[in-house]
Design a binder for this molecule. Structure first.
Ligand SMILES: Cc1cc2nc3c(=O)[nH]c(=O)nc-3n(C[C@H](O)[C@H](O)[C@H](O)COP(=O)(O)OP(=O)(O)OC[C@H]3O[C@@H](n4cnc5c(N)ncnc54)[C@H](O)[C@@H]3O)c2cc1C
Length: 404
């Protein structure tokens, strides 16, 4: 038989499309390589399913062809994703702009997507290794079977987190139709630094303003948690900045631990501290402002190796200014990242210049569609990637429905 539609990939975008086709009574077959559908969805938002963001705009997306996703995210926006899930009994709630199901459980999202489609419409353990096209019909080839379709949708994801079935091996399904692959980078990922710059800080978590630089060029800033690991930095701020730092030639971050404090007040308080505890050693001097291990590290960097021999009383006014400056401008050179397997999303993908932005249809092969992370579109941390998977999938759905 020839299916009207075959969807390859049962992740978020594939399942959104399957739900829509199921609702309209359009026959389709979904092929998923894993032994269950939507495995990755369960891990999103730390198991809480951050599916969109109240602040939705092009500024939160990255691509070589930056305006490509504008139409999709405006047409099928955060209101529509809310409506889609509300119809299935899932209400969304906002936490600092990030949208989650009210239950804060990602499995609620997966269950409603999975249970809305019929078992006869999908096959598990079905890795698609090749697709051919005879000008009219697609032949979709797995290890055990061959299936035929009028239209094929590649919803195969990227190269991040291969344990969820996305190892980058499926880009070839698009490349064989002439589609180009842009350079790939892991994004929303922990960054590595040289060991010395984070030595002694493992496990320390601070609230800070963190700014990303490529050499002299300031890339962007963000506020929130920064977490120190044994070989680098992590936390919300770093995940966010990783999207901007990939590909940078001289990447570093500058940390402002005092961004919420009034500097005059800080200085006054440190002078009072000096007068109150004259004989204490300098390693603890800043520990009323930042974590004690950061206090030690900054004191050492500003006052030198012998900082522990100094007492509060020895500190000059200039020393205090330098210490405050260091707390506001701690620079850490970035040496790399922890790789695709530890990243949440892939930056880069199938070049969107060969994709129609309204329909997600290939310009190189009629009736071939691509949606979600497989394309060269990635979003910031905060629900933007699931929103993109939704918006692009809905573009494909509308076009497919119109044709059939
Ligand atoms: C730990 C983690 C947390 C995340 N948290 C968030 C979050 O809170 N908010 C957010 O917006 N984004 C989050 N993301 C990113 C988001 O999950 C993805 O961007 C999104 O799932 C992409 O959807 P997709 O449908 O394009 O691809 P995927 O969801 O990756 O699905 C692709 C599917 O295709 C299948 N597949 C691949 N190749 C083949 C083949 N050849 N044959 C058959 N099947 C195939 C895969 O097994 C997979 O099931 C997170 C990612 C990770 C890893």
């Amino acid at each position: 038989m020839v299916y009207p539609v075959i969807i390859i990939g049962g992740g978020f975008s594939g399942l959104i499309l399957a739900n829509q086709l199921q609702k309209d009574g359009i026959n389709y077959l979904l092929l998923e390589r894993n032994d269950r559908l939507g495995k990755k969805i369960l891990a999103t938002g730390n198991g809480r399913g951050n599916i969109s963001n109240e602040d939705l705009s092009l500024n939160h997306y990255h691509s070589q062809n930056q305006s490509f996703c504008d139409y999709a995210i405006k047409t099928f926006d955060n209101g529509l994703i809310g409506g889609f899930f509300s119809e299935k009994g899932i209400l969304l709630t906002s936490e600092n702009g990030r949208l989650y199901p009210l239950s804060k459980q990602a499995n609620a999202i997966l269950d409603c997507l999975r249970l809305s489609i019929l078992e006869t419409n999908y096959r598990l353990n079905s890795y698609v290794k090749d697709i051919t096209h005879n000008g009219k019909t697609f032949e979709v080839i797995t290890a055990d079977n061959k299936y035929y379709a009028q239209k094929v949708v590649l919803a195969v994801g990227g190269k991040s987190a291969s344990h969820f079935g996305t190892d980058g091996s499926s880009y070839k399904l698009a490349q064989k139709f002439g589609h180009k692959l842009t350079k790939l980078y892991p994004s929303l990922v922990q960054l590595t630094t040289n060991k010395e710059s984070v030595k002694g800080l493992k496990g320390v978590k601070e609230n800070a303003k963190v700014t990303a630089f490529d050499g002299e060029k300031m890339l962007t800033s963000t506020y929130g948690d920064i977490l120190f690991t044994d070989n680098g930095v992590s936390g919300n701020t770093i995940f966010y900045l990783s999207a901007y730092l990939s590909g940078a030639k001289n990447p570093y971050v500058s940390i402002d631990f005092l961004y919420q404090a009034d500097i005059k007040e800080c200085k006054q308080s440190l002078i009072s501290r000096k007068n109150a505890f004259k004989t204490l050693t300098a390693d603890t001097f800043l520990s009323g402002l930042v974590h004690s291990r950061i206090s030690q590290k900054v004191a050492k960097s500003v006052l030198g190796e012998d900082y522990n021999k100094l007492q509060y009383n020895d500190l000059t006014d200039k020393d205090i200014d330098k210490l405050i400056y260091a707390l506001k401008n701690t620079k850490i050179t970035i040496t790399g990242d922890t790789g695709f397997n530890n990243s949440q999303v892939t930056k880069g993908g199938i070049d969107t210049l060969d994709i129609d932005y309204m329909t997600m249809q290939s310009k190189l092969c009629k009736n071939l569609y691509l949606c979600g992370e497989v394309l060269d579109v990635d979003g910031d941390c905060g629900g933007y990637n699931l929103q993109w998977a939704f918006s692009s999938s809905m573009c494909a759905y509308r076009s497919i429905k119109g044709d059939l």
